[in-house]
Design a protein around this ligand. Structure first.
Ligand SMILES: Cc1cc2nc3c(=O)[nH]c(=O)nc-3n(C[C@H](O)[C@H](O)[C@H](O)COP(=O)(O)O)c2cc1C
Ligand SMILES: [Mn+2]
Length: 517
């Protein structure tokens, strides 16, 4: 079942007993973080599950009545509800079916394919004339400070919009991208746009720089500072702008699609349509040539200048540490539209587990079939929450030839945002990667560290504070598979201790009689 907008989603959460409305006055500065952090870590005991309920703060200090929704994705159950399934593997299964669509051979096979293809049409976004996000249109006298934007942690540089869908267009191909990149409020009309250099919007920005006019002033090399190799002569400085739209408070499938590490060619609105099984309705912006979800609660329109970077951060991040300040483009807002009585949707990140843990786990499940497309030997993958997704990946494989585990590591490091994986542990298929005690037992037993650890150098996550350089550092793979004679291991490999089935059945039968329980 698809949710058309955030309000339908909130109503569904309410009906399912997954939402807690809070009427006591709370401060968007620190206090909402402290409450939500406790809930994420299990303080809401009566909810009885990890993650606690979604929270709707209805009385937020200084918010002029705008409520704050947080923790909407913060449990496995809500993640399933958000994507309309009983189990996240159902989506993986749908993706597998889609990928299995081989070219039909006979007439009958072609006929069978027709409904599938008609189905595909359901996924593409539809541009409509108008929508709820246009109920209030402010082209002047607007302010970013009008919304209850949180200041999350004590050493944060200010208030940050943490759950925005940032929409940009590839200046050459024209294709849209939706990415979730936090936005630091500087004042009424400007903000810091934290798209990290390996992300798709940053590439759109560099594409504009490459195409852009190069008006010569004393400017510094923005290209290099924003992550591109310099295409400009010394002293040259780009001019011009790139348009950006930001949707806040979208339906859960759209919000989730903005975090999915999809290949750059795949537009997130199509992913959202696939997840919802219903197209996303878009409306044209007022002041920029972009489209936004028609039912969004709040839309910010504007541009970033090609010759302007400003310090962004620090910000208490999902690593459990503050991400360091760095230079990012400045978002200049030209127009704000919103629904009547808008709801401000946000999240907090910090020491895991938090709301993003559940989003990350959903990504892990949904991406497994896509990983298998490139690396079919993969059996299962676990990104433990404490590894903050890019710092630790445990992967089991069906090992078929010498050096296979290392081939898989290299394949993962070449796979889109999995390039950031700081530590990859490869185990044989008989290890259940979801069972951490079993992983620890097998991995520590099976490795000769000097032989089995593989180091490599490459891009690392912008948030990695330990790398030798920002964005560049080393990564490690551990080959914890059983070693083969053809890999130079000629000593005997002992069997794992397992009881025989006959004895187990015997004890099962006698268990009660023994009176131990
Ligand atoms: C709550 C949350 C906040 C995020 N903040 C940022 C951010 O500030 N900058 C960034 O580059 N990625 C951030 N990400 C990760 C991106 O959303 C993710 O890498 C996404 O796939 C990027 O989309 P893209 O491939 O279209 O660029 C965040 C993810 C979540 C769940
Ligand atoms: Mn993308």
């Amino acid at each position: 079942m698809a949710f058309d907008d955030l309000r339908q989603w909130i109503a569904a959460l309410d009906r399912a007993g997954e939402l807690k409305r809070i009427r006591t006055e709370v401060d968007p500065v620190f206090e909402i973080t402290e409450i939500t952090d406790r809930v994420s870590k299990g303080a809401a005991k009566k909810y009885g599950r990890p993650g606690g309920p979604a929270l709707l703060f209805e009385n937020v200090k200084g918010a002029k009545g705008v409520p704050v929704l947080i923790n909407q994705f913060g449990s496995e159950r809500r993640m399933q509800m958000a994507l309309g399934v009983d189990h996240l593997d159902e989506i993986a299964e749908r993706i597998r079916q889609l990928l299995n669509m081989k070219s039909p051979e006979g007439f009958l096979e072609k006929l069978k394919l027709l409904p599938m293809l008609a189905d595909m049409g359901k996924f593409f976004p539809k541009v409509v004339q108008t929508g709820p996000c246009k109920e209030v249109i402010k082209k002047d006298n607007f302010s970013l400070l009008d919304f209850p934007v949180l200041q999350c942690w004590p050493k944060d540089a200010g208030r940050f919009i943490t759950l925005p869908c940032v929409i940009t267009r590839d200046p050459k191909a024209g294709k849209r991208n939706v990415g979730m990149y936090r936005i630091q409020i500087y004042d009424e009309t400007t903000a810091g746009m934290h798209w990290q250099r390996q992300k798709v919007a940053a590439e759109h920005y560099r594409e504009r720089l490459r195409m852009g006019a190069t008006v010569s002033t004393t400017g510094v090399d923005i290209m290099a500072r924003s992550g591109g190799g310099s295409m400009l002569a010394a002293g040259e400085r780009p001019s011009g702008t790139m348009e950006v739209a930001v949707a806040i408070g979208t339906d859960p499938a759209v919000t989730f699609s903005a975090i999915v590490p999809a290949p750059p060619e795949v537009e997130e609105f199509i992913i959202a349509g696939f997840l919802r099984q219903k197209p996303v309705e878009l409306v044209k912006c007022e002041t920029v040539d972009l489209e936004v979800p028609a039912a969004a609660e709040i839309v910010l329109e504007g541009y970033v200048k090609l010759d302007e970077l400003r310090t962004e951060g620090p910000f208490g991040d999902h690593t459990g540490f503050y991400s360091l300040e760095d230079e990012y483009p400045v978002f200049h807002v030209t127009c704000i539209t919103h629904r009547k009585n808008p709801i401000y949707a946000t999240t907090i990140v910090g020491k895991p587990p938090m709301e993003d843990a559940w989003m990350g786990k959903a990504v892990e499940r949904i991406f497994l079939p896509l990983m298998k497309l490139t690396l079919p030997e993969i059996v299962d993958v676990n990104l433990p929450v404490e590894g903050q997704f890019h710092n630790l990946m445990i992967v089991s494989i069906r090992k078929s030839y010498p050096g296979h585990a290392r081939k898989v590591m290299n394949g993962i490091w070449a796979l889109g945002q999995a390039m950031f994986t700081k530590c990859i542990i490869v185990v044989d298929e008989d290890v259940n990667v979801q069972d951490i005690p079993d992983v620890v037992l097998k991995v520590t037993n099976n490795i000769d560290p000097e032989r089995d650890i593989q180091f490599t150098l490459g891009p690392v996550d912008s948030l990695d504070h330990s790398a030798r350089l920002a964005n560049f550092g080393s990564k490690m793979g551990i080959d914890a598979t059983r070693k083969w004679p053809t890999e130079g291991f000629t000593r005997p490999w002992p069997d794992e201790i397992l009881m025989d089935e006959k004895t187990k059945a015997l004890v099962d039968k006698k268990w009660k009689e023994l009176g131990i329980e």
